[in-house]
Ligand binder design. Sequence first.
Ligand code: PRX
Length: 654
Amino acid sequence: MGLEQEIEALLEVERFEPPQAFREKALWSDPSIYEEAAADPEAWWTAQAKELLDWETEPSQGLDDSNPPFYKWFEDGRLNASANCLDRHVEAGNGERVAYHWRGEEGEERDVTYADLHRDVQRFANALRDQGVEKGDVVGIYLPMIPEVVVAMLACARIGAPHNVVFGGFSAESVRERMEFSEAKALVTVDGARRKGKTAPIKPAVDEHLGDLGSLETIVVVRHTGIDCPMTDGRDVFYDEILAAADPECPAEPMEAEHPLFILYTSGSTAKPKGILHTTGGYLTGVTATHRYVFDLKPESDVYWCAADVGWVTGHSYIVYGPLANGATSVMWEGAPDYPHQGIWWELIERYKATILYAAPTAIRTFIKWGAEIPAKFDLSSLRLLGSVGEPINPKAWLWYHKVIGAERCPIVDTWWQTETGAIMITPLPGITTTKPGSATTPFPGVEAEVVDESEGEPIDEGQGLLVLERPWPSMLRGLFKEDERFVETYFSRFGSERYLVGDAARRDGDGYYWVIGRIDDVANVSGHRLSTAEVESAIVAHPAVAEAAVIGQSDEDTGQAICAFVTLRGGTEPSDELVEGIRAEVAKRIGKFARPKRIVWADDLPKTRSGKIMRRLLRDIAEGRALGDVTTLRDPDVMAELEAKIAEEQDED
Ligand code: PRX
């Protein structure tokens, strides 16, 4: 039987029990943990916080819900996140343990130990202070996947300066917006970034777009590629130089549990990104507990690899804070999955004997396309657990992952969560949960989810509805940076301040398993990257030839969703290939290359309601070739017929 047929046959198997060998050694194998947590979630989380973290002052209370939805956790406790990630491991004699096996694009290797990080973080924390950064000041970080990104984040945490990391794939213009909104005082960036054998100059782009930003007093530049780099006297400093000049000792300053740890911008329904705010004690409790128990992490023997980028929440929680708090050894890979060759991930797993791999379904689908013969060339027998995150995983991809990468021996944890939730919320526990391909299964202990109907918010037993989280959890966002009203409006207005509106549709099956379907708002999920369609629209209309644009996330075999733009040109402008490229370039410049539309449909007009609102639902139907829904509310129903003709023309050309 060929692989295809084997996977087809596996599609019939609906349930996968945790393998006996795995269950026997799992940290948690007794399902009573769910009841224990549900009996008193607040007490259970407080016990986790005390057990998993080192507190300077232990909290005397758990949840403060006196001012919903502005919840607080462990309020009178004091701790330092960087001390929990570094000092306590060094003090316990584990300083020589590797924190990251770093691998550069060109094959360079650096093993960074806990002692190395401890040394550099102290120095960099002092260096930031030398530059005038104080507790409460926001520090931007715009770096590629290099160990310095971790040093920068933890140095901020050490002195209580909330970091604001921007994914390296965002353009400098996006960085500017995020620095401006957060009033960042300093920015840590790099001379240049490498991508598939090429080097892109980063510092010159930063100068061009951020040079005149008033709040920004210091730009720290990591010399990574060695390319020439313009420096402005009095503002710009090199990372290595200020590190060398700084005092080597910087005792970790205990922070209040609710002290802001970081801001991370993510996309919402409008073009303006939302600054998700996370604080120290609750966030650290959530990521440490979930990282340990969802990945069944044994720090002495596991080699864990989360193949995300630090610039997204997955990187914050499961490359930096969770793994380091647990004393894990991780793999960190600078580059792309197909450079220098399409087997690089598997080469790294073989090389570092990785035991746990945490990746996005979009990557798995890409590997399926490249062929199972590529991973087959490498020894993947060290793997014992696989994880998935970022978007729904289709059963076929799940089964391929299970069979080809996991050799049917590794449980798969499909983890559902968001930037806002801080930590994993719905997930299997690998030594306990029977999994079903495509379902993230059930909420983590101490978390309560529900599927409710749209209008009344009544729970739906079976069938599709809106996913909500029913009670506060420690790692939840504490707000949107300087936008309290928007925070309440986005998450806590529809069903009140005691129920968090997720923004995803889901259904629950007869076993109580959750199946997340996708976003209900105008947010597209492209290769696991969360994008606001409104943000892409505003980038497209910035092109001088464009009069109007409507953007949707269209289902896509490879990337989950792809950006499809319906574009109306200004009078007298004819569509052309140059225009397509021009529009894509505009989006790359304003947001980043990953947001470029895959498909552009030229539209003479867009479907609008009588009040002028664009009906994206209809555009989605038409782009995906579905029968059109109700068009009676349109101002001009003929628009749809014209668009249908355009799409038919497009298909003829193919
Ligand atoms: O739609 C859900 C989808 O990703 C959204 C959150 O995106 P972001 O904040 O960027 O965080 C991504 C990494 C946690 C969710 O609202 N999503 C995430 N994980 C899953 C998922 N959808 C289905 N299954 C998942 N496992």
